[in-house]
Design a binder for this molecule. Sequence first.
Ligand SMILES: Cc1ncc(COP(=O)(O)O)c(C=O)c1O
Length: 397
Amino acid sequence: MNTGQKALDTRLVHPPDSQGEGRLLGAVSPPIFQTSTFVFDSAEQGGARFAGTEPGYVYSRIANPTVRLLEQAVADAEGAQAGLAFGSGMAAISSVLVQLLRSGDHVLVSRGVYGGTFALLELLAEKFGIHHTFAKLTDESAVRQAWGEQTRLVYVETPVNPTMELVDIAACARVAHEHGALLVVDNTFATPVLQRPLELGADVVIHSATKYLGGHGDVILGLAAGTDELMSQIRLDALKDFGGITSPFDAWLVLRGMKTLAVRVRRHTESAQEIATRLQEHPQVVEVYYPGLPDFPQQSLYRQQMHGGGGMVSFIIRGGDEAGVKFMDRLELCERAVSLGEAHTLVEHPASMTHAGIPAEVRREMGIRDGLVRISVGLEDVEDIWADLEQSFKSIT
Ligand SMILES: Cc1ncc(COP(=O)(O)O)c(C=O)c1O
């Protein structure tokens, strides 16, 4: 079926299937091709497949039909020519960065990235001389000001985890392209339902599909999407030779998750908007960070590049980190856990958990203040989520 002209909600349910492999024997749910290798009809055919003169599968580290369906699904969802699947979000990030950079290059990075990405950037600097600078990339002049002579790539998360600061994607793309550099956007928080980085000029989009795309907290997987040229370079070098691939079963789980992505993200967003609004009124809350709030400081950028605030809310609790830890310990329904974007509401304390590997002064520069608690608002009834947060606030007064 050609669903090219259909809405995103429809395309998520009917992802592209260029070879018809997802509908073998009329299956409505795609087969899991749990195989490491593929038999050749003849030695000549094997040689032709290796040479690339005949299409067909060879070995699942190079390509696998179930994984390929997922790669087509993410490309379609992000409006890209091609997609790639990896064993984790970090495998996607490390493969993309190692492929696109070389020693001596400089990376301009949003002020705030996931802790694992921070550690990877440190490692690239220390071992390979690929240096980076964190900067507040909230408008074009800020991007120009932060630009360095050796900058070859801009790497951003937006909304930034966990402060929800927005990075101006279109401005980053304009300045990067003027200098012959590339823009890579980690779109894990917003998902293609709420933000479409490639349409705003980005070259590569990355996902930790562990989060909203998978959506059920049962899989670790990473995705990238971009042009045919960039994706095939990454596939042939970084993905094939570093080998950070995903399994057919995990690919299947994310394919299944993506069918309901649009519905889930809208429900996460609706509930997060309500929780953020109520937190703002709460006497034990000093400040709330949520892009969908009417007084969010980057309103015009928010309207320009997002279609909803998403499911993540951060707030500063009165009483600092000590109160934050107590608040978490008293929760009864919401789970104390890192990760995000799944059915359960998950609450974490970035300074001692996801961002603990980042030195305290760098954390403060990133805007992670004492007492910052992050909530991944789940799919439970919003009144039940709120009742749990409220009883926890009460119990620590
Ligand atoms: C924004 C973001 N990007 C990337 C990652 C890494 O993804 P994974 O855990 O799938 O390797 C995470 C993990 O929490 C994340 O929050």
